[in-house]
Design a protein. Structure first.
Length: 96
């Protein structure tokens, strides 16, 4: 799957099969279900999940919490829009 296929899948009512939890979280967030996205990564440990967790709190507008999760991910809050960050995350997790 590539970025174009992933983005096109957003017209469906359910995510593509066999998505890892990181991509599934990004899919659900873009579909407008922030809670489902958050629930998918909330209890996963490690920097990849922390990065998505940070992004989700940034989208939510909770900058303090987002910054905490960015630190846990070994990153700083990016100076790009959340849409640009979403695209970066999708690309990163599709190519892992």
């Amino acid at each position: 799957m590539n970025e174009e296929n992933f983005t096109s899948s957003l017209t469906a009512t359910t995510p593509p099969e066999n998505l890892n939890p990181y991509l599934a979280a990004l899919w659900w967030e873009k579909k407008g279900d922030w809670k489902k996205a958050h629930d998918l990564v909330e209890n996963i440990h490690g920097e990849p999940a922390a990065w998505i967790h940070a992004y989700l709190h940034r989208v939510e507008g909770d900058t303090w919490n987002a910054d905490y999760w960015y630190r846990r991910a070994g990153k700083t809050r990016p100076q790009v829009s959340t849409f640009e960050e979403w695209k970066q995350l999708v690309s990163n997790f599709l190519h892992r």
